[in-house]
Design a binder for this molecule. Sequence first.
Ligand code: NI
Length: 400
Amino acid sequence: MERSFFSLGETERVLAEPLAALRHELHEHPERSGQERETTERLRARFNQAPFEILPLPLTTGLAVRIPGKGPGKRVAIRADMDALPVAEWEQNPIRSQNDGVMHACGHDMHMAFVYGAGLLLSRNRDRFCGEVLLVFQPAEEIGEGARQMLDAGLFERYPVDHILGGHVKPELSAGRISVRTGPVMAALDGFFIEILGQGGHGACPHTCRDPIVAAAATVLALQTVASRTSDPSLACALSVCRIQGGETDNVIPDRVILEGTMRTVDDDQRTACLDRFRTVVESTAAAMGCQARITFQRGMPPVVNDDRTARICRDRARALLGEDRITALPVDTISEDFSLFAQRAPGCYIGIGTARPGENVYPLHSDRFCPGDELLPLGATVFAEMALGLLNEDKEIGL
Ligand code: NI
């Protein structure tokens, strides 16, 4: 197996302290999506000297930082998300939010520390690469707007990148293990809003009505066949009706029932086929019950799809750094993520970084108890730095 550029033992010594300090600062002062002003300032303060160069992008929150190598070459971006959630932190977490009701419950504090750490390592090893690295700190991931904002600010137009890296902490994976997949990693998101329109009346005389409640019930069940019969069984698909609203009292059949929910798919053809069938199933089921259906789709994020070659290089570097037994490929995640917008524009690789400590309770993302240990920070940072160097030096023999 090839040697790694970095040695984890060494990088842990250099990075443990500064990364824990940044992570604690960020965790204690979380900010919600679109409001990451202090977070942006805290990061700016760490990149305000050479060789870091903060890029002049018209952004209210978020920033991108350039690290030039020793000569011209490729450009590789590493992206972290920055926002926290409206969750009240559990009192017994080792680090506590000081902003009531707001918490880094999705680990974005760790992501920022990973990318900062990767930046520190790469800035101290500029003689080992040509080209440059962009550190991309993206706001508003949780509401699916931040990646779009950065692209609209001209990030990739002004600084086109050859590859982009990103990742997420993964409570379902053991601490210290890394997941790298080729192909789809996370799902596309489509929201739906359905109005089923009938004609209300007396609950004792249903034959004089067109009952939207029965039509809605049939629709919820019929929709399950979109995931089970239309979607290719080898591809991940989730379709959930998450809200039903209709009726006011026990003896009146209402005029109208609302259904709302979400659909997740991982492939463009599958997505189109499922949306088409969705429409047919809803309209025909409502019609069969004498009702009418009006559907509004809110098309959300495309799927996150890793580029094969980029992901293979990243996996090789992770293996060289950590050893074969710490590298795995988790199944496709049906959660969605706006990293997909970056990965549509540049060959990308989105990885998973395990956080589960053996023998300890595992809390899911967005739980008020989700607070992984600082010991993972140098590892995440080194993995990203190693992958970035692997991509920058892809065409060359590296003297070690
Ligand atoms: Ni997240």
